[in-house]
Design a protein around this ligand. Sequence first.
Ligand code: SAH
Length: 366
Amino acid sequence: MNTKDILEKKTLEKEDLLYLVKLRGRQDIDAIKNKAQEVLLSKCGGKVYYRGLVEFSNICSSDCFYCGIRKSNTAVNRFMLDSEEVVEAAKWCAEQGYGSIVLQSGERSDPPFINYVEEVVRQIKKTTVSDKLSAGLGITLCVGEQSRETYRRFYKAGAHRYLLRIESSNPQLFASIHPPRQTLQSRIRCLEILKEEGFQVGTGVMIGLPGQNLEHLVDDILFFRDIDVDMIGMGPYIVHSGTDMKVYREAFEENLEENFIRSLLMIALTRLTLRDVNIAATTALQTIKENGREQGLDFGANVIMPQLTPVNVRKDYMLYEDKPCIDESKEQCRSCLERRIKSVGREVALDQWGDSPHYARKKKRD
Ligand code: SAH
């Protein structure tokens, strides 16, 4: 079978994905991109949904080997925004017509942190109801592994989506980038609990991890399919010099082009396999290529996360180095993104949550 025949298949199997993910010829890549766009248009429409991103704290009890704000990086200036600041950012977000917000931070499970998140969610819900957004902003949380009880409290407070990346679905690879107490099983369990508690759930992986091959990436897509998530966020792994993984810098720089194309292909092949989920064009794509996010949209992504984190703390939330848009105000970010999205012929959907059609379909099925 050739590329065209495979792309016409109704369901892609592992061997089809393995074939497609290895292609590097211009025509083959274009064929994959075009098919991903076609599926996106028919399953989700062409609109791009915004999720304003507030990185509200970099205090973290985890020690992920790749992450710049890991607990053992003592060079980091730790911060936590006042809840009022987060609520103010949320109000601005709603006024701009961004229908949803993402609250992200380092991972903590102590009661003051849980209470803070719960209260902030409640406040945002209360203060962002308007004629246009009758149920207030859609709230996505990204605050790591928590207990069922905590997830339940967050959901009750008004958060309805949750992002928890699996990072890699391969047990050896996962173990090679996390300390022994952080396990793949525990992460999978969290994703299951989040679904049971009613959240729309997102996951994703990093692309270009040391030791990761194309089969691992294909298995990641099959993992997304089998665990039946609603949202995907993934992007290239980028070396941070404050971590032990800095020894991979040279290899990382040599593989930039390849990891970039892998990231785009992962978006497209996830679109072709999962079809009606939301997929983010992540900021990390832009670290490698100036128009990385636009290309992500072209390969089948439909979500973008404009920066709402106050500029004075943004430099302290460096998960990876060379993070773009580090000193751009939220207003500048808004107009820059509008221009970028228009440049690829797409339009932003304002004043709506923009839930993935996949979630609605699942609900109907139950
Ligand atoms: N504490 C939260 C938020 C983590 S940061 C949680 O555990 O979910 C969000 C994501 O950033 C991570 O899931 C990881 O995939 C990504 N990330 C962290 N360090 C990175 C790096 N060096 N390069 C690329 N992505 C990175």
